[in-house]
Write a protein that binds this ligand. Structure first.
Ligand SMILES: Nc1ncnc2c1ncn2[C@@H]1O[C@H](COP(=O)(O)OP(=O)(O)OP(=O)(O)O)[C@@H](O)[C@H]1O
Ligand SMILES: [Mg+2]
Length: 382
C-alpha cells in the first residue's frame, strides 16, 4: 500500500492532545473543573479507563495556559514506584512550569540543596529532570516543603493535576498523601486535582477517616460523551475532509463502541482512513472488522490466561452486553454455568479488570471492560 504524504492528517487522534478543534464536547465538565478551581475545592476526577480523563485535563490546561493568572502543572505518576520517584516527578514539573528554562538547573541546585540534587535531561522530551536524593520520610517532608515554598512565592494561581494518583497505594510505603496534606493543601494559591481509574483505591485514599486526605476533596465522575455531541463531532470532521458519513453509520459507530471514548475514536480513526467520499454501514462493518483484527493477538492471549470457566463466563457476559443478575436461573441455564462457578469467576475477572462492575439501584451490573474484546467474544462461533 502507498504511504500517505506528509499533509495527511487524521482528526481522530488516539493518544496526544492536539488542540481544541479535535477535542469533543465536555463543556459541562469543564465548567465543573473551573468552578472547583475558582472556589478552591480540590477534586478527585474518576472514571473507567479510556474514558477521557487525561484528555480533559490536557484540554483544561490548554485553556488555562492562555490566561496570565493561572499556571497549570500536570504529572502522571503511573510509572512511579516510590515516594522518591513521585517527588522527583513533581519537583521537575514544578520547576519547569515556574522557572525560565535557563534558570531551572541553578534553582534546583539551590532550592533543594540539602537533598543532594542532580539534574539530567530526559532523552525523549528534552526537558530537565530533577533528581533529589530522598532517603527517608523526613526527606519527603523537606522536599515537599520546598516545593510548597516555590508555589507559594508565585502571585498567580497554580493548578496541579496528578494523574494516576492511586499509584501511591502500590508503593511499599508512602507519606506522599500526608505530606501533600501538610504542605500543598494549605497553600492559598494552589488547587489540586487527583485523577485515576481505580475507584476502590482512590476511595480508600480519600474516604477513609484514617487517611491523611480524608474529606479534603470533592469527587467528580467522568461519564460518556452525549450521543448528540459525539455524533455532530464525527460528522463535522468527516465533512471537513469532503466526506459524507450518513446518520445511520454514525449511530452504528456510537452504538457498537458504546460511546466509550477511546473505542469510538479508534473506530472513527479507522473509518477516516477509507479512501471513499461517502461512508455508510458497509464501511462501518469493514472498520469494525479492522478494529477487532488489530487487537486479536491480545484477545487470544487473554483467552490463554483465563481458566475455562472464566472464559465461559466472560463470553456469556459479552453475549448479553451487560448482566445484572449473574445468579439468575435464566442466565446460568442459558450458558450452562453453575452458580458457584459464575460467582467465583466474576469476582476474579472483576479484580483483574476484565469485567467492569457498577451499582444500579440494588443490583451490581457487569460488563466486559474492553469494548473491542467484548465485541470479539460476541462473534466467536465456538
Ligand atoms: N473529549 C475528547 N475528544 C476527543 N477525543 C477524546 C476525548 N476524550 C478522550 N478521547 C480519546 O480517547 C482516548 C483516551 O482518552 P484518555 O487517555 O484521556 O482516557 P483516560 O480516562 O485518561 O484513560 P486511562 O484511565 O486509561 O488513563 C484519547 O487518547 C482520545 O483518543
Ligand atoms: Mg489517563
Amino acid at each position: 500500500m502507498k504511504s500517505k504524504d506528509a499533509t495527511y492528517f487524521n482528526p481522530f487522534e488516539l493518544f496526544a492532545y492536539i488542540g481544541e478543534e479535535y477535542f469533543c464536547d465536555r463543556k459541562e465538565e469543564l465548567k465543573e473543573l473551573q468552578s472547583a478551581l475558582d472556589n478552591r475545592r480540590n477534586l478527585v476526577l474518576i472514571s473507567m479507563r479510556r474514558m477521557g480523563k487525561t484528555q480533559l485535563i490536557r484540554h483544561w490546561h490548554h485553556r488555562l495556559s492562555k490566561e496570565d493568572q493561572v499556571i497549570p502543572i500536570y504529572i502522571d505518576v503511573m510509572q512511579t514506584t516510590s515516594d522518591r520517584q513521585f517527588i522527583n516527578r513533581l519537583a521537575s514539573a514544578v520547576l519547569i512550569a515556574l522557572e525560565e528554562r535557563k534558570t531551572i538547573v541553578s534553582k534546583a541546585l539551590n532550592v533543594f540543596k540539602s537533598l543532594r540534587p542532580t539534574v539530567s535531561v530526559d532523552p525523549v522530551t528534552g526537558l530537565p529532570e530533577v533528581n533529589l536524593d530522598i532517603r527517608d520520610d523526613r526527606d519527603v517532608g523537606i522536599s515537599m516543603e520546598q516545593i510548597a515554598r516555590l508555589l507559594a512565592d508565585r502571585k498567580e494561581r497554580v493548578q496541579i493535576s496528578i494523574d494516576e494518583f492511586q499509584q501511591i497505594s502500590e508503593y511499599a510505603q508512602t507519606v506522599i498523601d500526608a505530606s501533600i496534606r501538610a504542605n500543598i493543601v494549605p497553600l492559598e494559591n494552589t488547587h489540586i486535582l487527583f485523577c485515576g481509574s481505580e475507584s476502590h483505591l482512590l476511595h480508600a485514599l480519600f474516604n477513609s477517616a484514617k487517611k491523611p486526605l480524608f474529606a479534603s476533596t470533592q469527587f467528580m465522575h467522568l461519564d460518556y460523551i452525549g450521543k448528540k455531541a459525539y455524533g455532530s463531532f464525527i460528522e463535522k470532521h468527516f465533512k471537513k475532509a469532503g466526506k459524507i458519513i450518513d446518520k445511520i453509520a454514525v449511530d452504528e459507530v456510537l452504538r457498537w463502541t458504546r460511546r466509550h471514548t477511546f473505542y469510538t475514536h479508534f473506530l472513527c480513526n479507522q473509518l477516516y482512513d477509507f479512501p471513499c467520499t461517502t461512508i455508510d454501514l458497509e464501511q462501518v462493518e469493514q472498520a469494525k472488522y479492522r478494529c477487532i483484527q488489530h487487537f486479536e493477538m491480545t484477545f487470544l492471549y487473554y483467552k490463554k490466561l483465563l481458566s475455562k470457566n472464566q472464559f465461559k463466563v466472560v463470553r456469556a457476559i459479552a453475549r448479553e452486553g451487560a448482566v445484572n443478575a449473574i445468579n439468575s436461573k435464566k442466565f446460568l441455564n442459558q450458558y450452562g454455568l453453575a452458580a458457584s462457578t459464575a460467582t467465583q469467576s466474576v469476582k476474579a475477572l472483576t479484580k483483574d479488570g476484565i469485567l467492569y462492575a457498577w451499582q444500579e439501584r440494588d443490583r451490581v451490573v457487569y460488563r466486559v471492560y474492553d469494548v473491542f474484546f467484548s465485541r470479539w467474544l460476541e462473534q466467536l462461533s465456538i
